[in-house]
Design a protein around this ligand. Structure first.
Ligand code: NAP
Length: 260
């Protein structure tokens, strides 16, 4: 039987692919033969991640792109198409954390807007040009597409002092369901990944907080923070033919935290 996870000939974008969860996904995709275009703001992080990805494949590209800015995602989409000729999947993974210290009563307008501009507008900006390309391709008889957004376990819980982050991620869950229904006819699936506590730059402060770790880790059945590479499997599955009938889902990857 052919390898149902072989991604040869496929092309995927991973926003926020220069580190953390995004790089974990990008590495696994590259290892399965997928061409990968990683988008991030920081050119040095992009270059370092590109070097790591080249250990798996030479079909790698990195683009400096702020997903909060519409023109930049339009240009990055064009640059990806120019390099690889097609786009089969988009992992809208770039995001910022909320800090978790400021009470809602003190949340500034600026802070609120910044959160939504990256975590929600950024998904809209990344997906829309890609969807146009996928729908156009489907009309030529080549219907295949994968839209994947990184949401959060925080969208399921009452996340005190991080309500703007949680709300931005809940909005992603609804967006994904709508996109899944609208685009199924084009062979395009849409799913959200909801990570739990993961060892990345975003959680460095928490991991250095002994009190937090002593309280949180025993509540994770797997008894550890997740690692970026724990997202490789779900990335490859969602990008592959194996997930053709799996759409509109919010897939929790949290070591069991949310059911314990
Ligand atoms: P991370 O290591 O801080 O990575 C964030 C990534 O997003 C970086 O590649 C960063 O690159 C990129 N990014 C941030 N703002 C951007 C922007 N405006 N435009 C383009 N790229 C941008 O954190 P992570 O934990 O891997 O986070 C990845 C996703 O997982 C986020 O959506 C986050 O909310 C979600 N998540 C994380 C956890 C966790 O425990 N770590 C839990 C649940 C959900 P540049 O700095 O170069 O732009």
């Amino acid at each position: 039987m052919a390898n149902m996870f072989d991604l040869s000939g496929r092309v995927a974008i991973v926003t926020g692919g220069n580190g953390g969860i995004g790089l974990g996904i990008a590495e696994a995709l590259a290892e399965q033969g997928c061409a990968v275009s990683i988008w991030g703001r920081n050119a040095e992080k992009n270059a370092a991640a590109e070097t790591r990805l080249r250990a798996f494949s030479d079909k790698v590209q990195s683009i400096v792109c702020d997903v909060a800015v519409r023109d930049q995602t339009e240009q990055a989409t064009e640059a990806t198409l120019k390099q690889f000729g097609r786009i089969d999947g988009c992992f809208a993974n770039a995001g910022i954390g909320g800090g978790g210290r400021t009470p809602f009563a003190e949340r500034t307008e600026e802070d609120w807007r910044r959160m939504f501009s990256v975590n929600l507008d950024g998904v809209f900006h990344a997906f829309q040009p890609v969807v146009r390309h996928m729908v156009a391709r489907a009309s030529q008889g080549d219907g295949f597409g994968r839209l994947v957004a990184t949401s959060s376990m925080a969208s399921l819980f009452g996340t005190a002092r991080n309500e703007h982050y949680a709300a931005s991620k809940s909005a992603i869950n609804s967006l994904i369901q709508a996109l899944a229904v609208e685009h199924a006819r084009y062979g395009v699936t849409a799913n959200a990944i909801l990570p739990g506590w993961i060892n990345t730059e975003m959680t460095e402060g928490l991991q250095a907080n002994d009190k937090f770790m002593a309280a949180a880790v025993p509540r994770i059945p797997v008894r550890r923070f997740g690692q970026p590479k724990d997202f490789g499997g779900i990335g490859v599955y969602l990008m592959s033919q194996a997930s053709a009938y799996h759409t509109g889902d919010c897939i929790v990857i949290d070591g069991g935290y949310s059911i314990f």
